[in-house]
Structures are given as structure tokens and as C-alpha cells.
Design a protein around this ligand. Sequence first.
Ligand SMILES: C[C@H]1O[C@H](OP(=O)(O)OP(=O)(O)OC[C@H]2O[C@@H](n3cnc4c(=O)[nH]c(N)nc43)[C@H](O)[C@@H]2O)[C@@H](O)[C@@H](O)C1=O
Length: 326
Amino acid sequence: MPRTALIFGIAGQDGSYLAELLLGEGYRVVGTSRDPSSARARLGASGCGAAELTDVDLHSTAAIAALVDRFCPDEIYNFAAFSTGSGMHDRPVEIAEINGVLVARVLDAIRGAPTRFCQASSSEMFGIARTSPQDEHTTFTPRSPYGAAKLLAHQLIGMARQRDRTFACSAILFNHESERRPAAFVTRKITRAAAAIAVGATDELVLGDLEARRDWSHAADIVRAMALMLRADQPDDYVVASGETHSVAELCEIAFAHVGLDWNRHVRVDPALRRSPDGAQLMGDARRARTRLGWAPRIGFQTMIKNMVDADLLALRAGIQEGKMA
Ligand SMILES: C[C@H]1O[C@H](OP(=O)(O)OP(=O)(O)OC[C@H]2O[C@@H](n3cnc4c(=O)[nH]c(N)nc43)[C@H](O)[C@@H]2O)[C@@H](O)[C@@H](O)C1=O
């Protein structure tokens, strides 16, 4: 019998990379998506056509329990979340419900069962951290409903591990990107603009802050760490990060240079797009994942950004040939 994995949020960037990985290892992969009508096409386009889609009301404890009963998954991964960088303060009620309370429902559904659970937690739980780098012992000081809801889920996982002996892990994920990243996030915003300027479709990119720094990894590396967590002897929490930071300006430089452009000539800063400043620099110390899981990132920052620009160029040129762009 193949192992079964249930993925909440299968059609997003992370869910699709994980589905690809697990399908390649012979798993039966079942997933839910908030937009089932486009999920099938998106999964097909990312090589996950063999994944099965199912429908569930994430607000219903009974529906989550029934879903788990129906598929008896060996592993559950949760990526279902509201997540757009600039929208971390918007819709706090829905964010609390989906990014936080949903995990209580899943933990309820697997209490006493052998099912293993991994949650996509976030470095946003560190928020205005006082120390850098952050690891599994760093104090959490979230600064948005997004970070607070993720922290609720993270803490429920620790309690389920202690009280109920549930095999549940919290993967504290720092920023992670790829060509499947939506353009609301700064990496894809920049790579798409570099490609668009290179083909003459536009001339300018407007950003909020060039000095902001983040610890960026590739999404495929991040989800591999999550799969390894569920294969460990014991459940635990793990920071997953590259351990290096880059500025938005550096990102621009790499992306624009890759298409032979000088970013200084095309990038403009609009302070209206700027977010409130970070506390200490957000940078992850992933030593626990490296030593206990044998995890290490395989795709570096430069390669990731160049690959994203290449993918955006391909998509734009295809669009131009089909007459989709002006
Ligand atoms: C770990 C965490 O990672 C992600 O959240 P994020 O860090 O907010 O992602 P982002 O790509 O929107 O911002 C990255 C940095 O770039 C700065 N920045 C400058 N200028 C613009 C700008 O014009 N647009 C955007 N979007 N960002 C800008 C911005 O201020 C920030 O410092 C999500 O996956 C989230 O779900 C998550 O958990």
C-alpha cells in the first residue's frame, strides 16, 4: 500500500512542490484548495497531475474529522493560510480562523491516531525580534494578526505533542520563493518586472523599500525539510532557513543584471509601499534541521532569482507571441 499524504493548500507554491516530491516517492497525494476550479490546472502545470483534489470546509471541525476518516492519511501537511506580505494586518478574523484555529481542528481530528502532522509556521512569529539570528528558542513577539495566528497554531502543536503524544511538528519557515510565487511578494514582483522591462513591455518598477533584508530560500528546499521532519524518530519544531540575508536592492541587482539591465535606471521607491520597520534582522539559524534531519538547502539565492527571471521571460514571450500583451 502506498503511503497517503493529505495536503491542505495543495495548489499554492509550497503545496505543489511538496506534492511533486511525495508523488515522486510513490505516495498517494490528496489535497484541498481554496480555489478548486483553478487548482487542477495549476497542479497539472507543476507536474502534480496525479494528485487528487478534495473539497472541505476549513471552518468545520466535523468536516475536517470526516476528511481524515475518509483518507486515513499517514501524513498531513498544512499550508492553508492567508498570506500576502502587505496584507498581514488585513482581515484579522479570517486570518485568526484559517492561520490559527484550523490547526486546532486538525490536531483534534488526529488525536490518538498514528497520523503525523507538519504545520507551515512562519518567521513572522518572531515579528519584532530582539535578537538575531532566530532559532527554536528565540522568544516570539509577533507584530501582526498573521504572526499571532501562526503562533497560536505553533503553540497548539507543542501542547498536542506533550499532552496527547501526537506526532506534530512546527516548521518555522523563513521566506521561501520560486517561479510559482505570486507577484504580491517582492521576489516575484522584481523578477517579473525585470523580465517585462527586458522585453520592452514596461519601463519602471516601483518598490517600497530597497534596504529591507530577508532570509530567502527556495520553496523546494523548504518543503523537503518538512517531509524529513515527519520521517524523524521524534516530533519537534524546526527553523528552516538559509542563514543568510540579502537586501531588496541586491535582489534587484541580480535580477536586472541577468537580463543585461542596470536596475538603478528602472527602479523607483514609493514610501507609501513601505512597511513598518523590522526589529532585529530576521535571519534563521537552522542548525537543528541540519544536524538532526540532515537537511541542507540545495538551491542558492542567486540561482533561484535567475531561474525566476528566466521563467518570467519565457511566460512573457509566450504571451507576446499569442498576442496577449500590448
Ligand atoms: C516568512 C514570511 O514571508 C513572506 O512575507 P514577507 O516577508 O512579508 O514577504 P514579501 O515578499 O512581501 O516582503 C519581503 C520584504 O520585502 C520588502 N519590500 C520592499 N519593497 C516591497 C514591495 O514593493 N513589495 C513587497 N511585497 N515587499 C517589499 C518587505 O517590506 C519585506 O521586508 C510570506 O511568505 C509570509 O507568508 C511569511 O510567512
